[in-house]
Design a protein around this ligand. Structure first.
Ligand code: BGC
Length: 361
């Protein structure tokens, strides 16, 4: 009996101790730990972005000195640059010139891919003409055919070209803009392009950490392809670009270099539907710009000279107006050749086209 009592006492004590231990654990209450709202991380690039938008605004209204230095040789495609052209461009009210250059013709095909001094001196001269007339100037790499066919084999060469250009112009003011490559196309698809431009950008950044650099998407800088571009988030000195020739059938009608264009003649432009399509494209671009917080430059747009004049004027004026409404800078294609705004032999502007672009002219 005693033993039984003893056991019962021991059992009860163990039970009390055990329960006590359990009760000493803090009881979780459903509302015990309030979840802290994450600190809003402040966007660190606001000031830099504002400066980049201002730099793009400075480009403003521009014109392409096309079919000159990007031809097989200067003059071969109809335009040999003269200082009076820069004077006339500035006097008409343009803010900038885009100078396409076929560097690949002048750079060795083997490392270190040395660029011929003569072309560099010619480009020095062209930039000086622009500066003498208070024009901003964009230089690019244009008609680099080999990189479109065999992109990977030309990555290093493109970067080496940019190393040399960048070293040469590193002390030039920020009114000189670099554009890495005109219209990636053919085998240079979006995935490859996103791998191929960064070494060139890095080459530029070694000597020009804050130079404004223009980059556009694959498929000939097609507006719809902007979202495929993967730009380095921490490089805020980048301006996005696209080219606009839509509807291609209309803008390239009867152009001999565009086979399908030869089937089209006397095509007009300007129905409500056509204008709506243009607005839609420009809004698509705006969504990209807002999302990326990067400004946009329309590097090329224009209509082949053979298109009906009234439609050509309307198209140019509409692109210009819709671009400016959205804060895009622009550069019309081209100054003096087959999409010309300027009459080279007469050395005077084709007034109705100029007026479509610069109404105050
Ligand atoms: C090309 C020109 C062409 C223009 C319009 C430019 O990018 O370099 O040769 O005339 O686009 O198609």
């Amino acid at each position: 009996m005693r033993i039984k009592l003893l056991f019962s006492l021991i059992f009860t004590s163990v039970l009390i101790i055990f329960t006590g231990c359990q009760n000493s654990q803090p009881t979780p209450t459903p509302t015990a730990t309030p979840t802290m709202a994450p600190e809003p991380t402040e966007y660190p690039y606001a000031d830099l972005d504002a400066a980049t938008f201002a730099a793009n605004e400075r480009l403003g209204r521009g014109i392409n000195l096309g079919n000159s230095l990007e031809g097989p040789r200067e003059g071969a495609w109809g335009l040999y640059l003269q200082s009076s052209y820069f004077e006339d461009i500035a006097a008409a009210g343009f803010d900038s010139v885009r100078i396409p250059i076929r560097w690949s013709t002048y750079a060795d095909i083997e490392a270190p891919y040395t660029i011929d001094t003569q072309i560099l001196e010619r480009v020095d001269w062209a930039i000086e003409q622009a500066y003498a007339n208070d024009l901003n100037v964009i230089i690019n790499v244009h008609h680099f055919e080999a990189i479109m066919q065999q992109p990977e084999t030309q990555t290093e060469r493109l970067a080496a070209i940019w190393t040399q250009i960048s070293e040469r112009y590193q002390d030039y003011p920020d009114t000189l803009y670099f554009e890495i490559l005109n219209e990636p196309n053919e085998n240079l698809n979006a995935d490859l392009w996103n791998e191929i431009f960064p070494p060139s950008l890095a080459a530029i950044r070694e000597t020009n950490p804050e130079r404004y650099v223009i980059i556009g998407p694959d498929s000939w800088n097609n507006v719809d392809r902007l979202p495929t571009l993967t730009l380095p988030e921490d490089d805020r000195h980048i301006i996005g670009t696209f080219h606009f020739y839509s509807p291609h059938k209309f803008t390239h009608q009867n152009a001999p270099f565009n086979e399908s264009g030869l089937e089209n003649k006397d095509l007009t432009w300007g129905t409500d539907e056509e204008v709506a399509a243009l607005i839609d494209d420009f809004d698509t671009a705006l969504a990209w710009s807002e999302n990326e917080k990067r400004p946009l430059f329309i590097g090329e747009f224009g209509v082949f000279y053979d298109a009906p004049e009234e439609s050509r004027i309307l198209w140019l004026a509409t692109v210009r107006e819709e671009a400016e409404k959205r804060g895009y800078s622009w550069s019309v294609w081209d100054f003096g050749t087959d999409f010309a705004i300027y009459n080279l032999p007469r050395k005077q502007w084709r007034e109705p086209f100029l007026e479509a672009l610069i109404p105050e002219s």
